[in-house]
Design a protein around this ligand. Structure first.
Ligand SMILES: [Zn+2]
Length: 486
């Protein structure tokens, strides 16, 4: 059996924090724990002291409703929370308040899907459900989890709202998983419920198996970017075991992102081990149609709708518009820019898109920055496009100055500072050309027998102007002057 003959089956459980909430899921402690002194954002509820009573955060219900609508899920309008019992240092109550879609319980919403495109092939990734739960505390290890001599616990994260998105096992490659998470991140951003660029806002568990064999669950993948890497590693590991005639066992593995390997944590626990039972301290949640309709009406345009609109309004290709809408801030920047100049038409729309998605995006990636973190303004790209089209600067010069523009300098400032403006002033070029002709009588003589010798004269004008002379105008001027000399 060659390696291509293995069918891969992947299902994901993505846990995302609703970072745009002000308070935690069941108490009024701040949700914004990042950078805070450890164990300073805690209260009797979120550390589970006896006698404390949780109260549901209504805004969290609204945010979950937004996501459910955006993902086309079916919202369960009547539901209650469950206790998921287990002992672990990150869960001081010894249970996590979560949702359970068995034993009479329901998830927050069922079904839904995200359409991905890979190599211009479309595929619907079907969701099983989404549900709300509280985040456990943060365990801090010194170095790798496998070798750390101790573990610290920070309860600031305990009780922060998580939404879990569970897919059906329908993905068949790490690339599909990557595309799915890219689209999910985009939809979450557009829904306004979370900033998934914040460290620790995302955790993914991946179920992965080779068809016909037991699956493993890779836990604690701490960023969407790491998922593809972890899956690739796990596929190779499982294939190698099969090639050596070993049996794959159902187990939970941990992704060690420092060593980039998965390590066995335990053989898979079963749901019964968690002794799920209804959370009696919280009243059931009722969501009525009026509330759902209101959330729906207020929901902003989603990336897939926006992509269609951008194609229509700015004559962009499907490839361009799909790329452009992925990051809402980039798409907003684009629309602000192209709409700021009334003279822009389809050509300029396309040029603007190219600058944003090629040179600017490359610069952002290299510097690991977001467009919001730069001092680049939408109108600066308008200037680039216009200056190039009017022949005031070359594309090459423009490519060299985009990084400086991100630091807040205008094109004119940069050109003046760097002396990179192309000289197209004919009187100035005539002066330099005359000098060159006087200084190089031998080359002028050569030009009479070999027309190509003119290149040497143009080169000397370029040298005098430090590369700024417009070569086309310079050539015409020198030709004219040579004719006069003759
Ligand atoms: Zn609290």
């Amino acid at each position: 059996m060659s390696s291509q003959d293995y069918d891969i089956i992947i299902g994901l459980e993505a846990h995302i924090q609703l970072t745009n909430l002000n308070t935690k899921l069941f108490c009024s402690c701040s949700n914004n724990y990042r950078g805070a002194e450890p164990n300073s954002y805690v209260c009797p509820i979120c550390i589970g002291l006896p006698g404390s009573l949780p109260v549901i955060n209504k805004k969290a219900i609204e945010f979950a409703t937004r996501l459910a609508i955006a993902l086309s899920c079916e919202i369960n309008q009547s539901m209650y929370f469950f206790r998921k019992n287990y002992f672990y240092p990150d869960m001081s109550k010894n249970f996590q308040i979560s949702q359970y879609n068995k034993a009479g319980g329901k998830a927050f919403a069922d079904g839904g899907n995200i359409t991905i495109k890979l190599n211009s092939h479309k595929k619907d990734i079907i969701l099983n459900r989404i549900h709300l739960e509280e985040d456990p505390a943060r365990l801090v290890h010194k170095g790798s989890i496998a070798t750390s001599p101790y573990t610290l616990v920070d309860y600031n994260r305990s009780g922060v709202t998580l939404i879990e998105i569970v897919t059906e096992p329908v993905m068949s490659s790490p690339e599909e998983a990557r595309e799915f998470l890219k689209q999910l991140k985009s939809i979450v951003q557009y829904s306004g419920i979370s900033n998934l660029d914040l460290e620790g806002s995302v955790r993914v568990d991946a179920n992965i198996s080779i068809k016909g064999h037991d699956r493993s669950e890779v836990k604690n993948i701490n960023s969407f970017k790491e998922v593809e890497r972890a899956l690739r590693h796990e596929i190779v590991r499982q294939k190698n075991l099969l090639k050596r005639g070993k049996k794959l066992i159902q187990e939970t593995r941990h992704w060690d992102d420092k060593r980039r390997i998965t390590i066995s944590l335990r053989t898979k626990e079963f749901e019964a081990d968690y002794r799920y039972f209804p959370e009696q301290d919280l009243v059931p949640i009722e969501i009525d149609n009026i509330f759902i309709q209101k959330v729906k009406d207020e929901l902003p345009e989603m990336p897939s709708e926006r992509s269609i609109r951008l194609r229509r309004d700015y004559n962009l290709s499907e490839f361009d518009s799909d790329n452009l809408v992925l990051d809402k801030d980039i798409a907003d920047f684009y629309e602000d820019g192209v709409n700021s100049d009334a003279s822009f038409g389809p050509n300029e729309y396309k040029q603007y898109c190219n600058w944003l998605m090629n040179d600017i995006s490359r610069g952002l990636n290299e510097q690991n920055r977001k467009i919001k973190d730069t001092k680049l303004y939408p109108h600066q790209i308008v200037d680039i496009v216009k200056y190039i089209n009017e022949g005031k600067i070359t594309t090459k010069i423009a490519k060299n100055i985009v990084d400086d523009m991100m630091d807040g300098f205008s094109i004119m400032e940069i050109l003046e500072n760097k002396g990179k403006k192309r000289i197209s002033d004919e009187i100035l070029l005539q002066k330099f050309s005359n000098e060159v002709i006087k200084e190089n009588p031998k080359i002028v003589k050569d030009c009479r027998v070999n027309p190509k010798a003119i290149e040497a004269l143009i080169g000397r004008v370029m040298a005098k102007t430090r590369g700024q002379a417009d070569p086309h105008i310079t050539r015409n001027i020198i030709l004219e002057l040579l004719n006069k000399v003759e």
